[in-house]
Design a protein around this ligand. Structure first.
Ligand SMILES: [Mn+2]
Length: 253
C-alpha cells in the first residue's frame, strides 16, 4: 500500500485542494492526515473536505486541533481577548466550526501505525512519538532525537509540526517530516506533503497563491496575513526557522 501523508494543513483549503488533486493522480491506498488541520483561515471548509475522505483517510491528533476543540467546548470566541496568535487562531476556528466537526476533530488518534510496502511498519505522529507539541527539526541534535525515539518499535516514524520536510536516519530509525500543506517553512511557496511506499518521496505541489490568498482572506480570520507571512507571503529562510524552533525547544529563546 502507498500512503500519502498530509500534515499541518492549518485551514488552508486552496493548498489542500491542490494536494488532494495530486494525491488522486498518484492512486494511493490511504491518506494519513497528521494533525493541525483546522486552526487557520478556512477551518470549517477544510474539515468538511477532510471528512469527505471517509474510510480512505486516518487522522492523527495534534496540539493546534486540541486547542480548537478546547476553545469550542469552553465557548472561547472573543478574539480580542486572545493575545497569542495561535490562541487567536484557535478561538477563531472554534467560532467557525459546528457539529459534527468538533467531535470529528476530537476523535483523532494520538498516532497511527501502518505497514507500508518497501518501507515497513510506520508510526505516524504529530510532533514526536512522545508528545504532539515536541519539535523535531533538521537541526535537532541526535542525542535528543534518540531520547524521543526511545521505546519506539517501528523502524519508520513520520512526523510534522515544524512545517519543514526532512528524511533523517538515527540509529535504526528513519524519521521523516512530511512538511506542511498549508503553512510551510521551506523558504519556497507551495504545499508540501510526502508519498510513502515503496520509497520516500517528498513532494511540493504548486498552486495559484494569488487566487488562494483571495479565498483565504475572504474567510474572515482577522490577522490572516500575519499568520501566513513567514510561510507564504515573505517566506523565511528554512534554516533560520529551524534554529528558531531549536532555541524554543531547548528553552534558549
Ligand atoms: Mn503542531
Amino acid at each position: 500500500m502507498r500512503v500519502a501523508a498530509l500534515y499541518d494543513i492549518h485551514g488552508n483549503l486552496p493548498a489542500l485542494r491542490a494536494v488532494l488533486a495530486d494525491v488522486a493522480r498518484e492512486g494511493v491506498g490511504m491518506v494519513v492526515v497528521g494533525g493541525d488541520v483546522a486552526a487557520g483561515p478556512l477551518p470549517a471548509e477544510t474539515v468538511t473536505q477532510l471528512m469527505a475522505l471517509g474510510d480512505g483517510a486516518r487522522f492523527v491528533s495534534s496540539n493546534a486541533d486540541r486547542e480548537v476543540v478546547a476553545a469550542y467546548d469552553q465557548g472561547r470566541r472573543d478574539l480580542d481577548a486572545e493575545q497569542d496568535p495561535s490562541m487567536r487562531a484557535a478561538s477563531y476556528s472554534a467560532g467557525q466550526i459546528s457539529e459534527p466537526q468538533p467531535r470529528f476533530l476530537a476523535g483523532f488518534a494520538p498516532d497511527v501505525v501502518l505497514d507500508i510496502d518497501g518501507l515497513g511498519t510506520t508510526l505516524f505522529c504529530h510532533g514526536s512519538p512522545r508528545s504532539d507539541a515536541e519539535m523535531i527539526t533538521t537541526a535537532t541534535p541526535e542525542p535528543r532525537l534518540r531520547d524521543m525515539l526511545d521505546g519506539v518499535s517501528e523502524p519508520v516514524v513520520v512526523c510534522g509540526h515544524t512545517h519543514r520536510q526532512f528524511d533523517r536516519r538515527v540509529n535504526g530509525w528513519r524519521v521523516i517530516n512530511a512538511g506542511s500543506v498549508g503553512m510551510p517553512y521551506e523558504g519556497t511557496v507551495g504545499a508540501y506533503w510526502a508519498l510513502l511506499g515503496p520509497t520516500v518521496e517528498l513532494h511540493r505541489t504548486e498552486y495559484d497563491l494569488d487566487e488562494g490568498l483571495k479565498e483565504l482572506r475572504a474567510g474572515g480570520l482577522p490577522d490572516v496575513d500575519e499568520m501566513l507571512r513567514e510561510s507564504l507571503l515573505e517566506p523565511m529562510n528554512a534554516d533560520e526557522v529551524a534554529d528558531l524552533f531549536e532555541g524554543q525547544a531547548t528553552g534558549g529563546n
